[in-house]
Design a protein around this ligand. Sequence first.
Ligand code: SF4
Length: 277
Amino acid sequence: MTILIRKNQEFTDLLEKNLMSRHEEKRRLDNTVHVSDIIPTTCIRKQYYSRKFPEMCPLSNESVHHFVRGESSEFIITQLADLGVAQAAIEMDGILAHPDIMSDKKNVIVELKDTVNGRRLNFYDCTFRSYLRQLLYYMVMTSIEKGIISIRYNIKELRWVKSDSEGDYFFRPFDAKDVGIESWEVFLPSHDIAREILKNEMVRRKNLFLKALEESDVSILPRLIDDAKRSKCPYCPYYEKCINQDGETYEAQEMAKEIDLLDIGGVVDIETPEGNL
Ligand code: SF4
């Protein structure tokens, strides 16, 4: 009797080929504006380039696996939460969105996030800010007052030490936070003036994005600045084109420097188990 065990590359290739084409189908190439196109810290210019020059950002194994992890995590957590409709299409002033979970009955909207980043996020992190902005935009579009951001961390906490020409160095502290889920609740009252300000911001950014696409003019879209620039631009596939070839109008530069609503004193009241931030 012999039990034969061999590596089966054929099956892996089949899965990867089908995953790639499933992911490719989700790429946006038309001029429909989605909430994720216009979030300030996500980079509106990168969204422009990915529509106009998709060949400059070919699908990588990493992005396909990120997609699979996100989709599967979202699928199971949506079922576990058992709260409302998943991926309902909503629209406001020509802006489209598909929140992960929406319940009119419970007056709540939920955005699920999944990350392999070892860093734990908080309000002062630009990635957390983009999650929060996305949720606030959904709350404005639906008039729902309560939102939840639920982040699933796939690896134990790691702290950054330094970066050099060889790469990035991290360490894992003895009291590192474990893998798991962290959820944040956000409340925005239905008559709060912040709703109007956020709505104006969304419509302004959508109009600018559409104008850039229609006129094939990226220069009117602001580049990232500060933390978002430091953490995202060096890894951007459009870096050379964006920074060294294409221009940025004076108005776009000024727009990038505008004070974020969430940084204005008194607009946000944030409390954590460690106390007020
Ligand atoms: S280099 Fe930075 S500013 Fe330019 S498109 Fe990429 S992320 Fe945006």
